[in-house]
Design a protein around this ligand. Structure first.
Ligand SMILES: [Fe+2]
Length: 441
């Protein structure tokens, strides 16, 4: 009898251990993510061959292909088609280069190709030589999947995040700022371009700027963003913007507004008023906003840095019934409830900080205690997010913490579009002067 009791106790304790271990292991995981060193990705192709290839959406049916060559005589042309090795179409674009103190960039090419079919894989070659690349265009209709990761940098953790995102077969990547962490060391922009090429050449990467893109220098480079604007031009003109630092675009029923946390708020506000006034929720039932410095943040890092922008623009986004606001900057993950003006509000956007891509500065480990009631989930781990919009009304958001080899779902939520809520009718400003905007090339 005593022996059986001991045996039962043993079984009970082992069961408890197995129940508790996954949670314990995940907690242990939180404290074993120190920063990893910078990965410098070398240039190992001939000088005339393309390097740092990446693609971005331009209008509804076009894609911009960007790349760099060391050789200046390479033409800015892209040959492409839907069969590997068979290029029955081609496009010609433009090229540029820039100087930053003693650094001179390679020849930076930008070629817009199309019109392209939706949900189609295109095979392409840049400048008439070098390896073949391929990308897949977004679908014509829901569902669509966005990968979201900010503050990427170029470390071992960045490589892990990129691998995990790549495994998801997403359609479009949204990057809320802080790309290369070159921080004026221009060869690191080239290294970053080579690191992300296997991913950014396969799917459109849509980015906005972070503080690490500024690279200002008194008198010589007072306006900053020289490398960023030259290497990562986004389709700002199509949305009526005069700056590469803020713009919007539509993809599969989703209107995405890329705001500039480090761009002039006055001109940006005027553009934003125009942009939100022309949102047609019957065409784009979802509205997503991307910023860099978060407006809501219970991490001790970067407290209050997004406040002036929040004061300037939150009311307009609220009245427009923006569904979700993604931010970076804080190197951690945090999901808030629907908010307007520091209060829970069923017609306000969900705010999510996703600045945990893996940069060299490491994680932001310290939080305000106790946790504010507006904050639903927060964790200092590297990782990425996935926004899967299924139809006009329903979407799924998940955050995937980086383990060494796998991505672990650590937070997830189903939510509905505000356009499907009868009590959240948009309040459009009546006096906005609409200016003409081109939808197509
Ligand atoms: Fe930042």
């Amino acid at each position: 009898m005593q022996k059986k009791l001991l045996f039962d106790c043993h079984i009970f304790l082992v069961s408890i251990l197995f129940l508790v271990w996954p949670h314990y292991a995940s907690v242990v995981n939180l404290v074993r993510q120190p920063p990893r060193p910078i990965v410098f990705t070398p240039h190992n192709r001939p000088e005339s061959h393309p390097q740092q290839v990446h693609v971005s959406l331009v209008g509804k049916n076009y894609m911009k292909v960007s790349w760099v060559t060391d050789e200046s005589r390479v033409p800015s042309t892209v040959d492409y088609g839907t069969t590997p090795g068979k290029y029955d179409s081609s496009g010609t674009g433009e090229h540029t280069s820039y100087r930053y103190f003693f650094y001179t960039s390679g020849k930076i090419h930008h070629v817009t190709i199309g019109p392209l079919l939706p949900a189609t894989t295109y095979y392409y070659r840049c400048g008439g030589s070098g390896p073949e690349f391929n990308f897949r265009t977004p679908p014509a209709n829901f569902p669509i999947e966005f990968a979201v990761a900010g503050d990427l940098g170029q470390t071992g953790w960045t490589a892990t995040t990129l691998n995990h995102m790549n495994a998801t077969n997403y359609d479009v990547l949204l990057l809320p700022g802080d790309l290369s962490y070159a921080d004026t060391q221009q060869p690191l922009w080239d290294s970053f371009g080579r690191l992300v090429e296997p991913y950014a050449s396969r799917r459109p990467w849509m980015v906005t700027q972070g503080n690490h893109e500024q690279e200002t220098f008194p008198i010589i480079y007072p306006n900053g963003f020289k490398a960023y604007n030259t290497r990562w031009p986004m389709p700002y003109e199509l949305s009526g913007s005069k700056s590469n630092l803020y713009y919007s675009f539509d993809v599969v029923g989703t209107h995405i507004i890329m705001l500039g946390s480090y761009a002039d708020f006055s001109d940006q506000y005027k553009w934003l008023a125009n942009d939100v006034a022309r949102i047609d929720r019957s065409q784009t039932p979802w509205v997503v906003v991307i910023i860099h410095a978060p407006w809501y943040n219970s991490n001790l890092a970067h407290q209050g840095e997004g406040e002036s922008m929040r004061v300037a623009m939150e009311e307009m986004l609220y009245n427009s019934r923006v569904d979700i606001v993604f931010a970076g900057h804080v190197h951690a993950y945090e999901r808030f409830t629907r908010i307007y003006d520091n209060n829970a509000d069923p017609c306000g956007p969900i705010h999510i900080t996703i600045g945990d891509g893996g940069n060299r500065e490491g994680l932001a480990m310290l939080y305000k205690e106790p946790k504010p009631s507006l904050s639903i989930f927060r964790e200092s781990s590297f990782g990425h997010g996935r926004l899967r919009i299924l139809n006009n009304t329903h979407a799924h958001w998940s955050w995937h913490r980086n383990n060494d080899t796998t991505a672990v779902v650590a937070d997830e939520i189903w939510f509905q579009s505000l356009s499907s809520s009868p009590s959240c009718i948009p309040k459009i400003e009546p006096n906005v002067q609409l200016t003409q905007v081109n939808d197509e090339l």
